[in-house]
Design a protein around this ligand. Structure first.
Ligand code: NAD
Length: 344
């Protein structure tokens, strides 16, 4: 096949010519970073967003600067003129009237642990159709989504779960690294996160606190900001996390790589400095067909932020999901079983 024929085939198989219209649900740390990432893309257009108290929808596209300014000064996108709407049921109200949003990134807190599942229930009940990606973290939270797998398929939703950094980028890297081996012994994910100010990522930090000894999701959810602050003062701003309940294990098991008990996740979060306290990496150890035992290590660049390593993959998976949807493929998939596409 010559190069032109390959290109023709690619174009026929490529996305529609107009950009995918994307909504971002949740406009905290990751939601705002997602909007900044989308502003640099031609193949996706950011048209909608929701927060706890309101939503905004602009078919011709949203301005990141205006949205961030309104959210930071007034507390909700609902105040944004002229498109903002105040609502205590913002996700429902946005999606009930907005058939034009084709793809959604859920940058929402998963507090309580079933919150993401309740959002998915709303999407199904509304009859919304399109592509959804999340960056959900807990294994049990993802298991709740799998209980809705058949309904998602029947609803015409193409849902990709676990599409952040971990789970997400590192889980997918582990699935690729595993291919050198005939038997996988362990997958160890170690992350380092540096954020200058914990309040920029309240949900992420609360969900991390929930993994500390003596804490759980409910306890972390109920903590006031002052209590979080007091805890961080005791630890000098550091959260050291071991043997976390992270869905990387379920995803690698479902992808047939290894049983979940061979996957471990831990890390250190520094809530006072943007420099990472350690380099984020995944180590995949296994035995080759020749009987050699070896370890592949994939390490993220220290300059890359949590936001870059979550939002980049999330939209890469959203593009992959849009292609699946165009081919009539619906249902629930994980980031370990679909290859992300690069969004231009
Ligand atoms: P955040 O606390 O900064 O922001 C949450 C946003 O959601 C806020 O805008 C809030 O108003 C909005 N919100 C809350 N309840 C809502 C509701 N009922 N309806 C509409 N909007 C609502 O959150 P964050 O720190 O950006 O984290 C978002 C999620 O990303 C968390 O669940 C976190 O675990 C996840 N995360 C995943 C990874 C990964 O690698 N997989 C990494 C970091 C964070």
């Amino acid at each position: 096949m010559n190069r032109d024929a390959i290109e023709d085939g690619r174009n026929a198989n490529s996305l529609q010519h107009s950009p995918i219209r994307v909504g971002v649900l949740g406009f905290g740390g990751l939601g705002q970073a997602a909007a900044r990432v989308l502003a640099l893309k031609q193949e996706m257009q950011w048209v909608a967003a929701a927060d706890h108290k309101g939503y905004v929808f602009a078919p011709s596209g949203l301005s990141v600067e205006d949205c961030v300014k309104t959210y930071q000064t007034q507390g909700s996108l609902g105040y944004l003129e002229p498109f903002g709407v105040l609502s205590n049921n913002s996700i429902h109200d946005l999606l009930a009237q907005t058939v034009q949003v084709q793809g959604l990134f859920l940058a929402l807190p998963n507090l309580p642990n079933t919150f993401m599942a309740t959002v998915v229930r709303q999407l199904i009940d509304l009859g919304w159709q399109g592509v959804v990606v999340d960056a959900i973290k807990r294994t049990t939270a993802m298991e709740h989504l799998f209980q809705m797998e058949d309904e998602l398929k029947a609803s015409g939703i193409t849902y990709l779960t676990g599409c952040g950094a971990t789970p997400g980028l590192l889980t997918a890297a582990a699935a690729i690294a595993a291919q050198s081996y005939t038997e996988i012994h362990s997958v160890n994910i170690t992350f380092g996160v540096g954020i200058a100010n914990w309040e920029a990522y309240r949900a992420t930090i609360r969900e991390d606190i929930a993994h500390l000894p003596g804490y759980d999701v409910e306890r972390a959810r109920k903590m006031t900001d002052a209590e979080v602050e007091a805890l961080l003062n005791q630890t000098n701003g550091l959260l050291t996390l071991e043997n976390m309940e992270h869905a990387d294990d379920l995803m690698l098991e479902l992808a047939g790589i290894c049983s979940r008990d061979r996957v471990t996740v831990g890390g250190v979060v520094d809530t006072r400095h943007s420099k990472k306290p350690l380099s984020t990496n995944v180590q995949v150890t296994g035995r080759t067909f020749e009987g050699k035992i070896s370890t592949h290590t994939f390490t993220l660049g220290d300059e890359t932020s949590m936001a870059a390593n979550v939002c980049g993959p999330a939209f890469g998976y959203l593009k992959a999901g849009a292609k699946l949807q165009q081919r009539g493929v619906h249902g629930l998939f994980t980031a370990a079983e679909v290859m992300p596409q690069f969004v231009k």
